[in-house]
Design a protein. Structure first.
Length: 342
């Protein structure tokens, strides 16, 4: 694997940044070229977002260098100025599917968690939510796909907040048991009143009425029911099927689980990794073919084209973890992967 020799934007090795596949995830190439003869090969990536109306426009949130943007499918990256205090850690990104000039970034600026909003494709930003004190972080954000003015966000203190006016005002929607960190939020595209919240390695909760009520999900194995501490309690990653309502995937301590009824019942989807040793860091479903699934584990990406029966392993020559994977929604033959040093 070859990396550019130009100056990296951060230290820590040159086997990170963004990789892109143009053959549906079979092979990948580093896309690390940045403006001013620099590279992002030393950058740790925590989050990715691809414009649903223009697959060449990609945003990448990093661990220590804020947000990077590409307008040509990852060939060249530009570092965005999110705040005068940049660099910032960017845990989550969300693009308005109806007006992709608008996007939200969940960031740690200084020592405080914030939700930043841009209405001009990342050129300028404003603070739309801030945690009340230093040391408290916002970890996740998601927009209702059919009514993007409705937004959920989650904190490391176990609070779920909700806005119904594009982030102008917020209200507290729920506090998780034991203040479990809300690390990921995903809406069901087909049933947007339903959203799922990953409580990192603690469990998954669900709302089916856009935040009026919440319930912990559980699953049965060997006639025993698990919700916290095992099974779903080991949840790290989550994804919904863009084409099939109620079909959801969870990366857990039991491996990859799938539900076809919104989380009421679950089945194990066997992959090639040992779930007792390695977490499934991310899951992606082809937006035009529900049988095509990608998941990332450590330095490997696994791809299935038959609904998880058989898997193609793709190994990356890196010391970093494959943190996040995203399809280009307009051209799902193109897949982006962000790497992070753990």
């Amino acid at each position: 694997m070859i990396f550019l020799s130009a100056c990296s934007l951060t230290g820590g090795g040159n086997d990170g940044g963004i990789f892109r596949s143009d053959d549906g995830g079979k092979t990948f190439a580093s896309k690390d070229k940045a403006e001013n003869n620099r590279t992002i090969s030393g950058v740790d990536i925590l989050s990715l977002a691809v414009n649903p109306q223009n697959g060449n426009e990609i945003y990448a949130g990093s661990k220590a260098s804020g947000i990077f943007k590409s307008t040509d499918g990852g060939e060249l990256w530009k570092q965005l100025g999110v705040s005068r205090l940049t660099p910032a850690k960017v845990y989550s990104l969300a693009i308005d599917p109806m007006n992709p000039n608008t996007l939200y970034a969940v960031a740690a600026i200084g020592k405080r968690g914030k939700i930043m909003k841009s209405t001009d494709t990342g050129e300028t930003w404003k603070d739309t939510y801030s945690e009340p004190s230093d040391g408290s972080l916002v970890l996740s954000v998601a927009l209702n796909p059919q009514k993007p003015s409705d937004i959920f966000a989650g904190t490391d203190q176990g609070q779920i907040i909700f806005s119904e006016d594009s982030g102008e005002t917020w209200r507290s929607a729920y506090w998780t048991e034991g203040k479990a960190a809300v690390s990921k939020i995903v809406f069901d595209n087909a049933n947007p009143d339903s959203a799922y919240f990953v409580l990192f390695e603690k469990g998954i909760i669900r709302t089916t009425d856009e935040g009026k009520n919440f319930e912990a999900l559980s699953w049965k194995k060997d006639d025993r029911t698990f919700s916290f501490g095992s099974g779903l309690g080991g949840a790290v990653s989550f994804e919904t099927d863009p084409m099939r309502g109620g079909w959801v995937y969870a990366g857990t301590s039991e491996g990859l689980l799938r539900s076809k009824d919104g989380g009421d019942n679950w089945e194990i989807v066997k992959t090639l990794s040992n779930p007792n040793e390695l977490n499934i860091r991310s899951i992606a479903v082809n937006p035009q073919n529900s049988d095509e699934i990608i998941c990332t584990v450590a330095q490997a990406l696994y791809k299935s084209v038959d609904g998880g029966v058989n898997w193609l392993p793709v190994q990356f020559d890196t010391s970093r973890t494959l943190e996040v994977a995203e399809y280009n929604p307009q051209n799902p033959g193109q897949v982006f992967v962000g790497l992070n040093k753990r």
